[in-house]
Design a protein around this ligand. Structure first.
Ligand code: PNS
Length: 160
């Protein structure tokens, strides 16, 4: 049974994330979407909210489960018995940061492979931060996130 982990802050989950998760789910028997607490990033959505949105957005993919984690990613991967980390790569700007994380994770746990999936052109520019900014300014984000996330963003900014 081959299991992969797709980690991120998912603040909130976007169609770009879903593309990576979907493709990972076709390559592995099981995929754990690992939602990082990431307190240092001061997320817009609470950890519980991010997990719930990711669960709803991936409910249609049978071999995917969503779990929160805090602490080291490599430790959580061991806990899940995952043998690979799968991450999306967008523009070249992602590379430096992702390269650094992959090298660090390799140092911490050499048996855990990091695999990158190239984002398709339509998601190359898409990020959670862009989505948050658009939503905060009242623009539609319907092309970038599932309806449940678009509704959650509307509510979040209506209450501010
Ligand atoms: O979506 P993000 O915010 O770019 O994801 C970054 C994430 C959560 C994958 C990364 O910050 C992470 O792995 N955090 C867990 C703590 C950890 O293991 N840090 C050392 C690895 S670089």
């Amino acid at each position: 049974m081959k299991k992969a982990i797709t980690p991120g802050t998912f603040d909130p989950i976007t169609y770009g994330h879903l593309d990576v998760i979907m493709r990972a789910s076709q390559l592995f028997d099981n995929v754990v979407v690992a939602v990082a607490a990431s307190p240092g990033k001061n997320p817009l959505f609470t950890l519980d909210e991010r997990v719930e949105l990711a669960r709803q957005a991936t409910a249609h993919i049978e071999n995917v489960e969503v779990k929160p984690f805090s602490g080291l990613l490599v430790d959580f991967a061991s806990e899940c018995e995952a043998t690979a980390l799968v991450k999306g790569l967008r523009a070249i700007t992602d590379f430096e940061y992702e390269f650094q994380m992959a090298a660090l994770n390799y140092h911490l746990k050499q048996s855990l492979e990091t695999l990158f999936i190239m984002s398709p052109p339509e998601y190359m520019y898409l990020s959670s931060s862009i989505v948050r900014e658009l939503a905060s300014l009242g623009a539609s984000v319907d092309d970038f996130v599932p309806p449940v996330v678009a509704d959650a963003l509307k509510q979040k900014f209506a209450n501010r």
